[in-house]
Design a protein around this ligand. Structure first.
Ligand code: APR
Length: 228
């Protein structure tokens, strides 16, 4: 069985990383337009670097939680693809081997003139003055608002092949990511694990809601999938 798991910030909440929306979310403390757009980078690259440096440091200090680990365990019995909107590397560090990062990966940098030049960042800090091999400033390897999502077509192809589709910890508000569920075959079972599942899921009646935190809901479901 090919299980596709689509995750958002909620799966990393219990690792101590902030979600974006809602009470005390990241976008309450920052304006998207100031830190996560190409215009913000052009206006004030220092502020953008600082925003991602702070987050990178928090991510490197965080540990994968029981939900990330349970998803990795699923590979013992099933073909598993994780499609994540998260820019943290907690799925990798939990042991998942097949991961699509729709919005990039904060532990990498990319050239600001050639997005195909991508590098690992050593440590938590990317500085003004750190250059790519073409001598242009390095920026975080993340997809900003207003930018294309290069991995979306690969993700769509994966969703079309899903035998089971599990959504964890996302408000399904950001497109094109949120549209992925529409590419999953209508006959494929879809499950949403999120404490706010009942409010979120009004537009998708065919999805089964599990109103639980990731560290409760995911291990329970994985146990069932490994034993059946
Ligand atoms: N377990 C599971 N889900 C949780 C938990 C938890 N412990 N805590 C919170 N959640 C849920 C919330 O109920 C909410 O539905 O996580 C979801 C987080 O939603 P958002 O903050 O909107 O994050 P996400 O959906 O990942 O955002 C998508 O928006 O800002 C951009 O690029 C950014 O990738 C991000 C995208």
């Amino acid at each position: 069985m090919h299980i596709v798991i689509f995750t958002g910030a909620g799966i990393s909440a219990e690792s101590g990383l902030k979600t974006f929306r809602g009470d005390h979310g990241l976008w309450e403390g920052y304006r998207v337009e100031d830190v996560a757009t190409p215009e913000a980078w052009a206006r004030n690259a220092e502020l953008v670097q600082e925003f991602y440096n702070i987050r990178r440091r928090a991510i490197l200090e965080a540990q994968p939680n029981e939900a990330h680990k349970a998803i990795a365990l699923l590979e013992e019995k099933h073909q598993v693809t994780v499609i994540t909107q998260n820019i943290d590397n907690l799925h990798e560090r939990a042991g998942s081997t097949n991961i699509v990062h729709l919005h990039g990966l904060i532990t990498k940098s990319q050239s600001s003139i050639d997005p195909t030049l991508i590098y690992d960042i050593d440590g938590w800090e990317l500085k003004i003055g750190d250059l790519c091999e073409k001598q242009s400033q390095l920026r975080p390897h993340v997809v900003w608002f207003g930018e294309a999502v290069p991995m979306i077509s690969i993700a769509i192809g994966i969703c079309k092949q899903a035998d089971l589709f599990i959504i964890v910890g996302t408000s399904l508000q950001v497109y094109p990511a949120a549209s992925l569920v529409n590419y999953v075959p209508s006959t494929t079972k879809k499950i949403l694990i999120d404490p706010a599942a009942d409010q979120l899921n009004k537009n998708y009646e065919e999805i089964i809601n599990v109103s639980a935190k990731a560290c409760i809901g995911v291990p329970m479901l994985v146990k069932e999938l490994l034993s059946s």
